[in-house]
Design a binder for this molecule. Structure first.
Ligand SMILES: CC(C)(COP(=O)(O)OP(=O)(O)OC[C@H]1O[C@@H](n2cnc3c(N)ncnc32)[C@H](O)[C@@H]1OP(=O)(O)O)[C@@H](O)C(=O)NCCC(=O)NCCS
Length: 190
């Protein structure tokens, strides 16, 4: 989607203006891993990692690029040896401002098992804590034990409970989609 008046946009406006909201940080997973907010130029790489996961619902490349523009402060990428090797996209639930909803998380297959995903989630939760966000929600399909282990581990690491309840049934999706269960890391809402 291109704005009709694109030529009216000053060329001096940097395209990363929305993304430099938090400084990057070295992850404890290894000296060459950097955790930072995504910029628009990371969108394509995030789309590639989602595509190559063969597990995630692949959204349009536009969705990832747009996400990097508007939800950078609640998302994170892990850069390993100068290349993005994992990402997590999330947003603050509009009507539940103390809850971060994790939309997607994925790590390049070759980098899995090195605690990159756990590092991204913990870093993201640390970053948003000063906004009063105390709870993480996500949905996981019953056939994704890696994801279940990831979120259980994050809850254990942070010393908070994790709960599970039904959310979306298979009938909420087109044929062939698994149901999705809601996992809540943190005290469940009253
Ligand atoms: C799920 C995924 C992001 C995990 O990434 P990762 O960097 O390898 O995970 P980590 O190394 O940080 O591991 C975190 C925890 O999950 C566990 N885990 C990771 N992969 C696992 C697997 N395949 N089976 C069982 N447990 C697994 C680890 O043992 C660790 O547990 P611990 O905290 O109890 O020690 C990665 O496998 C992936 O990208 N999968 C495809 C996309 C996907 O399924 N995304 C989640 C959808 S909700």
């Amino acid at each position: 989607m291109r704005p009709d008046n694109e030529s009216a946009i000053p060329s001096t406006v940097p395209d990363t203006v929305h993304t430099a909201e938090t400084p990057s940080r070295r992850a404890e997973t290894g000296p060459l891993t950097e955790l930072r907010s995504p910029g628009i130029s990371d969108g394509v790489r995030m789309w590639e990692i989602a595509r190559d996961s063969r597990v995630l619902d692949l959204n349009s490349s536009y969705a990832y690029v747009l996400w990097c523009r508007d939800f950078a402060a609640t998302s994170i990428v892990a850069e390993v040896d100068g290349r993005v090797g994992g990402f997590a996209t999330a947003f603050v639930r509009p009507r539940v401002p103390d809850t971060l909803f994790l939309w997607q998380i994925a790590v390049d297959e070759q980098l899995r098992g090195q605690r990159l995903a756990a590092a991204m989630l913990n870093e993201l939760l640390d970053r948003v804590a000063d906004r009063g966000i105390t709870r993480l929600e996500t949905t996981i399909s019953p056939d994704n034990p890696a994801s279940q282990a990831l979120f259980t581990g994050v809850a254990r690491h942070r010393g908070v409970p994790i709960t599970r309840q039904p959310l979306f049934t298979a009938e909420d999706f087109p044929p062939g989609h698994e149901p999705e269960e809601l996992y809540t890391v943190g005290a469940p809402r009253a």
